[in-house]
Design a protein around this ligand. Structure first.
Ligand code: HEC
Length: 133
């Protein structure tokens, strides 16, 4: 009998302690960590999230979109375009490189050069996948 009373007492203190912890967290919601963006240098994932919807998982550009998004497997395109221009297109959108403004700017990547570098490399990676003519 005594034992169960003691158990209840310690359980009650645990409860009080838990409430203090909860209220403590509540006091300063600004200190709750900002959710980390899923974009973090993982080029394939960034591409899947931001680009594949138009340029396709295979880089060929989705048929049926007007204008047709750039086909990254196009050898002529790969040979002509510079990394600097690809970077400009990513950060500023199609309009920044004189192409269709339907390609949106990823201006939020301006302070994430590693992600942009990864995306450029990913765009370039489609070049190798072009079958020989
Ligand atoms: C809403 C659809 C859409 C999305 C999303 C999109 N693009 Fe585009 N992209 C286009 C279109 C349309 C063009 C231009 C086609 C044209 O005008 O010939 C283009 C053109 C390009 C070009 C060629 C630029 C040049 O100088 O010729 C590159 C490189 C490119 N996109 C990369 C990307 C990357 C990388 C992403 C993801 C960060 C992305 N695009 C997201 C639609 C899109």
């Amino acid at each position: 009998m005594h034992g169960s009373t003691r158990d209840w007492r310690s359980a009650r203190w645990l409860l009080v302690g838990g409430l203090v912890v909860l209220l403590g967290c509540d006091q300063d919601p600004k200190r709750i960590a900002q959710p980390l963006t899923k974009i973090g240098g993982n080029a394939a994932e960034s591409y899947a999230n931001r680009c594949a919807g138009c340029h396709g998982g295979d880089g060929k550009g989705l048929a049926g979109l007007t204008p047709k998004p750039q086909d990254f497997t196009d050898e002529a395109f790969q040979a002509a375009v510079t990394d600097a221009e690809i970077r400009k297109a990513i950060l500023g959108g199609g309009g920044a490189v004189g192409k269709s403004v339907t390609m949106p700017a990823s201006s939020d990547l301006a302070d994430k050069p590693d992600v942009v570098d990864g995306l450029i490399a990913h765009v370039r990676s489609f070049r190798a996948s072009k079958p020989a003519p």
